[in-house]
Ligand binder design. Structure first.
Ligand code: NAD
Length: 268
């Protein structure tokens, strides 16, 4: 018997097999969830369909989260297909690549608005349209954030500010959803080499610093992020909402790495 037996959910944000959303989908599927997927455009559809098929899903729908019409059409199709929804996985972000390096003050007005629209507002818009399908089902919504929302991370720039907006949105949505029986939480994941991450300047160096500084001495895996997503989407976490859970091998609790600290003490 799986934690997700009898539950149906929508996963927004699979681009390929390295996507965090795909790691999450695999964990949910292993525990019995029935899944639907979205894709951004035709070239990604070619990647998403076979992945969905490999875990027995044939509900694969288009959605650009920057379009209210797309979002409405998505949930209309899901209503016709399933009639109800138990959980929603939001794993989407976008910023102009040339604004994910250098000085944050060079962010353009358009780039600032775009990053917030796709990476933060989309959660609000998807939640609103998902609600009618979640009625009476004690729904769970999760989203993906990053430590760059809390602390300055080189090159993360406007995405860090958009993630801060996303995290605040989780808290405000939690207050909206509680009285109607639903929950929303975020996972703050450590760095994973994905398509989106490849757009961040010096991403490999950021990963290396993480490896050196985490208590685990390594990077988080997709399976570990998926395990936390499974917990948050399942009834095992019904007492939690509005939470930002760090799944980063402990990076956020460290100031210096153990090695840095030892090196300093041997010099003194
Ligand atoms: P990814 O490239 O695999 O996934 C990003 C997804 O966003 C893609 O599927 C892409 O198609 C989708 N997307 C972008 N613009 C869209 C739009 N207008 N409409 C619909 N979909 C759109 O990369 P990922 O790293 O798996 O990113 C997933 C989430 O995880 C993002 O929110 C990201 O910020 C977050 N995150 C990533 C890391 C990391 O190190 N990779 C760490 C913490 C949080």
């Amino acid at each position: 018997m799986g934690l997700m037996d009898g539950k149906r959910g929508l996963v927004v944000g699979v681009a390929n097999e390295r996507s965090i959303a795909w790691g999450i989908a695999q964990s949910l599927h292993r525990d019995g969830a029935e899944l639907a997927f979205t894709y951004l455009n035709e070239s990604l559809e070619k990647r998403v369909r076979p992945l969905a098929k490999s875990i027995g899903s044939n509900v694969v729908l288009p959605c650009d989260v920057g379009s209210d019409d797309d979002i409405k059409a998505l949930f209309q199709s899901l209503k016709e297909e399933w009639g109800s929804l138990d959980f929603l996985v939001h794993s989407v972000a976008f910023a102009n690549k040339d604004e994910l390096k250098g000085a944050f003050y060079n962010t353009s007005r358009e780039g600032f608005a775009l990053a917030h629209d796709i990476s933060a507002y989309s959660l609000v818009a998807l939640t609103r349209e998902a609600l009618p399908l979640m009625e009476g089902r004690n729904g769970s919504i999760i989203t993906m954030t990053y430590y760059g929302a809390e602390k300055v991370m080189p090159n993360y720039n406007v995405m860090g500010v958009a993630k801060a907006s996303l995290e605040a949105s989780v808290r405000y949505l939690a207050a909206d959803l509680g009285p109607i029986g639903h929950r929303i939480n975020a996972i703050s994941a450590g760095p994973v080499r994905t398509l989106a991450a490849a757009g961040i300047g010096d991403f490999r160096k950021i990963q290396r610093v993480n490896e050196l500084r985490t208590p685990h001495g390594r990077l988080v895996t997709l399976k570990e992020i998926g395990g936390t997503a499974l917990y948050l989407c399942s009834d095992a976490s019904t007492g939690m909402t509005g939470e930002i859970l760090h799944v980063d091998c402990g990076f956020h609790v460290m100031s210096l790495s153990i090695n840095e600290a030892l090196h300093m003490s041997s010099e003194s």
